[in-house]
Each structure stands twice: as structure tokens, then as C-alpha cells.
Design a protein around this ligand. Structure first.
Ligand SMILES: [Zn+2]
Length: 140
């Protein structure tokens, strides 16, 4: 009985503490994971300055969790998510280029910069960009 009352009080206190606060998001989780990794590396290597990154990451993460500025914290999270998305797309592009290296060339459209995949060994061909319809001639 006494335990349940204590549990109820702690739950209420935590609820009040986080009421109106931003809480956690993907960026907070990344900050905490990177901070813990920094502290582990600092412990098992001769790089004690990494502990500063650990403290900075944890402080920034907790500061973000308790922030009331939802718009700014959300913007930071979106910025990080867009970086992750770009990196994943870059990785996918590299993987596809490696997979198709025997049969296809990858080019950039000179007009708009769109990545284009053209078959290898066809000689001089006219390539039409699929996004801006610009045509150019290349030997592939
Ligand atoms: Zn184009």
C-alpha cells in the first residue's frame, strides 16, 4: 500500500516535470548514444579529452529534453534527419553504381545535375535527361 502511494507520487512528479517540455526525439537518442560511445572510447584509450564530448553531448541532450521551445528543437531534429537521409541516399547510389559497374555508366546531366544511368559499350549515343529533357551526346 505504502509502495503504491510512493509510486503514484513519483509518477505525478515526473509527469509535472515533463509537462510542456519537448522530451526525446531521434536527435536526443543519437546524442546520448554518441556520448556514451565517446565515454567508452575515452575510458579504454589514451584520449581523455573525449570525456568532454561525453559531458557536452549529455548536457545538450538533457537541455533539449527539458526545452519548451518545440519549434526550434523540432527544426534541429529535422536537420539531423535530413543529413541522415542524404547519407543513406549517397550510400544507396554508391551501392547501385558498384552493383551495375559492368553494364552501366553513371553520368550527371550537364543541364540540371540529375544522375543518369546509361548502358555501357553502345558507342556514341544521344542521352535525354529524364527530368529536364535536355539531350546531349556521349561516348559510352
Ligand atoms: Zn537534366
Amino acid at each position: 500500500m505504502r509502495w503504491q502511494i510512493w509510486k503514484q507520487r513519483v509518477t505525478t512528479a515526473l509527469y509535472r516535470l515533463f509537462q510542456g517540455r519537448y522530451g526525446t526525439d531521434q536527435l536526443t537518442v543519437v546524442l546520448f548514444v554518441v556520448s556514451v560511445l565517446c565515454s567508452l572510447v575515452a575510458r579504454f584509450s589514451r584520449l581523455p579529452w573525449l570525456m568532454l564530448l561525453y559531458y557536452a553531448g549529455m548536457l545538450f541532450g538533457f537541455w533539449r529534453m527539458f526545452s519548451r521551445n518545440f519549434a526550434a528543437r523540432s527544426r534541429e531534429n529535422q536537420w539531423m534527419l535530413s543529413l541522415v537521409y542524404k547519407a543513406r541516399m549517397q550510400g544507396r547510389m554508391l551501392r547501385n553504381r558498384f552493383r551495375d559497374r559492368k553494364d552501366f555508366h553513371y553520368l550527371k546531366c550537364p543541364a540540371c545535375g540529375q544522375h543518369l544511368r546509361v548502358p555501357k559499350g553502345k558507342g556514341k549515343i544521344e542521352i535525354t535527361c529524364r527530368s529536364c529533357r535536355a539531350a546531349f551526346i556521349r561516348k559510352v
